[in-house]
Design a protein around this ligand. Structure first.
Ligand SMILES: Nc1nc2c(ncn2[C@@H]2O[C@H](COP(=O)(O)OP(=O)(O)O)[C@@H](O)[C@H]2O)c(=O)[nH]1
Ligand SMILES: [Mg+2]
Length: 322
């Protein structure tokens, strides 16, 4: 409807309002530097012997947080490609590399689909500061754009500021937030929200939870309780347990994921803060070792800085220059 306005706006501030793909590219700048500088030099280096070449690549991949399993897989791809070719052809190797990277990510490219179950319940989990509350704000907008009626549940009762932070996101999105008092029972508040959502014919409830360390067993047990209580409201709920991971935490994100998976049956991952970290390669480690759907990427703090995960786009953004 406002096509003409948008065009004008884009022309005015191309820098501030880049398109979706260039925004992804921009957010991956540091990760791209980590990848390209090292990898393209190795790929182009025609002097190096095979063993040296492969070792360099593997080291660089590990340094880019790709992880052992995914790095080995990528190197295996390169070995078989090199065995088949007679000359050292850099563009070809780049192609092989891209294919290997996409192959690793592709199985995890599974969009979050809101089923007809009403209300569809999304439980957000993750350690403190990972970006749960911010992601809820962005996700609420994303789902509203799909025509869903969204309600938020302030299940992080640990700090008053957390309840306030969620209510601000509720205002921004103009959607209801069900909250209790600081120190209140998180499971009880989420249960209240589910009842309210049902009464108000909401499509989706997104429940926030307090950040907890994957090493804090009692808090992990509390998460299990929240899940149990939600299950009493609807035996199929929560329909989605989204684990929010900060890309900047690198290999530690993998440890967190394993612990949360054990405690709560994570069904999808949101990888936040890809902007401003050189550790975006962690996405390959997560994909290869966890095989969980990666639903979204967080590429900034603003309400529109959430991207549905796409394997080809991610790999293209990793190598394409601006
Ligand atoms: N740059 C950037 N910052 C983010 C992103 N997601 C969250 N943040 C910031 O990370 C901090 C912690 O986020 P918050 O949502 O409060 O984390 P929570 O403790 O898991 O709920 C806040 O300052 C957010 O603005 C992201 O994708 N990019
Ligand atoms: Mg929070």
């Amino acid at each position: 409807m406002f096509g003409f306005m948008r065009k004008k706006e884009e022309a005015v501030s191309e820098e501030q309002k880049p398109g979706l793909f260039s925004r992804l590219k921009q957010s991956l700048t540091k990760t791209r530097q980590q990848f390209t500088i090292a990898l393209s030099q190795s790929l182009l280096g025609s002097q190096v012997s095979d063993a040296e070449f492969l070792e360099t690549i593997e080291t660089q991949l590990l340094m880019a947080d790709v992880g052992v399993a995914a790095s080995e897989k990528i190197v295996a791809h390169l070995i078989s490609a090199r065995a088949k070719q007679t000359t050292q052809d850099a563009p070809h190797l780049q192609e092989v590399l891209n294919t290997a990277l996409v192959d690793i990510l592709k199985p995890c490219e599974q969009a979050l689909k809101i089923s007809a179950h009403k209300p569809y319940v999304i439980l957000m989990v993750g350690i403190n500061g990972a970006g749960k509350t911010t992601t809820i704000g962005k996700l609420a907008k994303h789902l509203q754009a799909e025509g869903k009626k969204v309600m938020l549940a302030a299940g992080d009762t640990f700090r008053a500021a957390a309840i306030e932070q969620l209510s601000v996101w509720g205002e921004r999105n103009q959607i209801p937030v069900i909250s209790g008092v600081q120190g209140g029972d998180s499971a009880a508040i989420i249960f209240d929200a589910l009842q309210a959502a049902k009464a108000r014919d909401m499509d989706v409830v997104i429940a926030d939870t307090a950040g907890r360390l994957h090493t804090q067993q009692h808090l992990m047990a509390e998460l299990a309780k929240i899940k149990r209580v939600i299950g009493k409201f609807d035996s199929h709920a929560p329909h989605e347990v989204l684990l929010v991971l900060d890309a900047g935490s690198g290999q530690n994100a993998m440890q967190q994921a394993k612990q949360f998976q054990a405690a709560t049956d994570v069904s999808g991952i949101v990888l936040t803060k890809l902007d401003g970290t050189a550790k975006g390669g962690i996405v390959f480690a997560l994909a290869e070792e966890l095989k969980l759907p990666i639903r979204f990427l967080g590429v900034g703090e603003a309400i529109d800085d959430l991207r549905a995960f796409n394997a080809e786009d991610f790999v293209a953004a990793l190598f394409e220059d601006k």
